[in-house]
Design a protein around this ligand. Sequence first.
Ligand code: NDP
Length: 448
Amino acid sequence: MNTEEAIDKVYQSVLKRDPGQPEFHQAVYEILQSLKLLLEREEDYLDILPRIVEPERAILFRVPWVTDDNQVRVNRGYRVQFNSAIGPFKGGLRFHPSVNLSIIKFLGFEQIFKNSLTGLPIGGGKGGSDFDPKGKSDMEVMRFCQSFMIELEHHIGQNTDVPAGDIGVGKREIGYLFGQFKRLRNSYEPGVLTGKDLNFGGSLIRPEATGYGCAYFAEEMLHAHNDSLSGKKVLVSGSGNVAQYAVEKITQLGGKCLTLSDSSGFIHDQDGIDEEKLAFVKELKNERHGRISEYTKVFTKATFHAGQKPWGVPADFAFPCATQNEIEAKDAEQLIMGGCKGICEGANMPSTLDAIRIYYQNKILYGPAKAANAGGVATSALEMSQNSQRLAWTREEVDGRLRNIMVNIHRVAAETANEFDRPGDLMAGANIAGFRKVADAMKGQGIV
Ligand code: NDP
C-alpha cells in the first residue's frame, strides 16, 4: 500500500465509524491531505494516524435546568478530550443551538494541532452544549451553567482538562461555571478554567488575545512580502469577542475595517469602524446583547444588509471571525473579484475546502485558523502559568508574550512549509509542524 492509499484507508475508516459528522470529516480530511508531504518522507508516522483521529474520551451528558417561569428544559452537554500527549486537554466550551458531536469533535481535533503550534504544554479538547444563551435571563444562564458544571466537574482539573470560552461562552458564563466548580470541589483552583474575570484569576489581555493575535499574524504574513496592514481596507465578519478585538488591533496597525456581522446580516461602513464606533459595538454586543443592525441607527452613513455575508464588499484583506464554513466557494470567488489579496482566519474552520482551493488557485495569502487564531489559547496557557505562580503579569508583559508567540507560530509554519518545498503554504506548514510535535510525544509514550 502506498502512502496515499494508507492515508485514504484512515479517512475511510473515520467516515465509516463516524457517519453523520461532516464537520469532523472536513477537519480530518484537511489535516490528512497536508500530512501526505510528511508521511511520504517519514512513513513511521503512519502508525499514529488511526490513534490521533480517535478522541481519548468523549463525554455526553444531560443538562436539566429550570426557566424563570418554572419550565423544565433539557439540553445536551459535551466534552471531547481528544489528545493529552503534550499536556492537559485544553479547549473552549461553545454554547450554541447548532452544537452537536460533529462540531465539538472538529473543534477538538483542530485544537490538538493549534495548541501544539503555540509551543506551550497543552493538549487538545473541546466541549459545549446546544443551549442558546440568546434571549435568556442572567439567572437562567446561571442555572444552566451550574447544572452543566455538576457533570463536567467529574472530568476536569488543572492537570487534567482546562476548559475556556468560545461562541456563547464569555466572562459571565466562565464566572458561573467557576463558582459552581469551586463549590463542588470545596477547593480554590483557578487554573481549572481560563477566560476568568480579573478579580478571580483572569489574565489581562485574555479577552483581546484571539483578535489581537490574529491581527499580529496577518501583519507577519504581510511583512514576509514587505507589506503591512497599514492603509489596507479590511472585511471582518462576526461581532463577538474575536471580531471586536481583531478590529481594534487592525485599526491600531493602520488598517481600515469596513464591515462587521452577526447571524442576521452585516453592516458596511465605508468610513471605517473607528475607536468610537467600536466602543458602541462592544456595549451593544457585550452589555445589551443587541443586533448589529442597530449600528446603522447611530452611524447613519453605514448600511445594513439583512441575511447577507460581507464577502462581496471590495477590499484588500478579509478576517472571517464568526463561525465554521462561513466562506464557501462562491464567497471566495467574490472576495477575489473584489480585489482581496489575503485571508486571515479568526474563526475556526471558516473556509470550506473548496474555498481554500480557490485561495490557492489565485495565489492569495492564506493564514489558516490553527495558526492565525492560536493567540487565544496561548494566552489561556499564560493565564494558567500566572495561576500556578499566584501572580498577575502586566498588560504589557502578556501582550508582548502574545506577540512573540504569534511571530513564532508564523515563523515555524513558514519554515516547515519551506522544509517541504511548499514556500508560502502556511496551511501545510502549520498542519505538519503541529502534528509532528504531538506525534513524536505519542511515539515516546507507547501505545496508550
Ligand atoms: P462570540 O459568541 O463572542 O461571537 C460569535 C459571533 O459570530 C457573533 O457575532 C455571532 O452572531 C456570529 N455567529 C455565530 N454563529 C453564527 C452563524 N451560524 N452564522 C452567522 N454568524 C454567526 O464568539 P467568539 O468571537 O468567541 O468566536 C468566534 C469564532 O472564533 C468561533 O469560530 C470560535 O470557535 C473562534 N475562536 C474563538 C476563540 C476565543 O478565544 N473566543 C479562540 C479561537 C477561535 P450572533 O450573535 O447573531 O449569533
